[in-house]
Write a protein that binds this ligand. Structure first.
Ligand code: HEM
Length: 193
């Protein structure tokens, strides 16, 4: 039997889509600053990138508060489950129509691979981007080398782009191509009882 449950709460959906929009925008302006193309013009791209950065920092502050006050952080803690089962499924099983090895529930909405990936995203990639970004903003007063910090920031940006591509592909591997994306828009999803 299946039932409809609220998997993604309203703040979570707001935070997810706002974060996505800001990161895409920061990717577009950031790679212009990096010199890959001209869209807004260098000066404007720097200005817009810095403005979006403060927006992202405020959003992250609210998201951290929300994760801890609601206990939602627990969804991201790996529980020692076998990642190999998930890897086997995504690399082979999915192409042979094997059943998904993990059943989503209200109390555990992320599979072991998602837990690990999103934890890395939250604890590694985002902190690296924010810290290196702030170091570049205040490089002169902090006495840091802009060039070497920019290298790490750019590396993080490439990791973010890779994450984005894999993440969007993964979202299409649910019950139907759009069922996971729909759940992140409306919040509700049909899960096994
Ligand atoms: C809060 C987070 C972030 C902060 C504070 C920040 C800040 C900055 C700053 C100050 C610069 C240098 C601009 C200049 O030349 O004066 C920069 C460059 C750049 N940013 Fe960010 N950024 C953040 C997030 C991101 C994200 C999410 C991406 C990609 C998705 C990104 C991609 C880039 C790229 C590719 C560059 C060019 C690096 C270079 O070659 O110099 N940034 N960022």
């Amino acid at each position: 039997m299946s039932k409809r449950v609220l998997i993604y709460k309203p703040f979570e959906r707001f935070w997810h889509w706002t974060q996505m929009a800001l990161i895409v925008f920061m990717g577009v302006t950031g790679f212009e600053v990096h010199g890959n193309y001209t869209l807004f013009g260098f000066e404007k791209a720097v200005q817009l990138h810095n403005l979006a950065a403060w927006g992202l920092i405020v959003l992250i502050a609210f998201a951290v508060f929300w994760h801890f006050t609601t206990g939602e952080w627990q969804h991201y803690v790996p529980r020692g489950e076998k990642i190999s089962v998930m890897l086997h499924y995504y690399l082979r099983g999915i192409f042979k129509n094997e059943p998904h090895p993990y059943k989503k529930t209200e109390l555990s909405k992320l599979n072991p691979l998602q837990r690990l990936t999103y934890l890395g995203f939250k604890l590694l990639i985002i902190p690296v981007m924010v810290t290196t970004g702030l170091l570049m903003m205040y490089d002169e007063s902090l006495g840091v080398s802009f060039g070497s910090v920019a290298w790490w920031h750019t590396l993080g940006a490439f990791l973010l782009v890779s994450f984005f591509i894999v993440h969007v592909y993964m979202t299409t591997t649910g019950e139907t191509v759009f069922s996971n994306i729909k759940a992140m828009i409306v919040g509700w999803e049909e899960v096994e009882d």
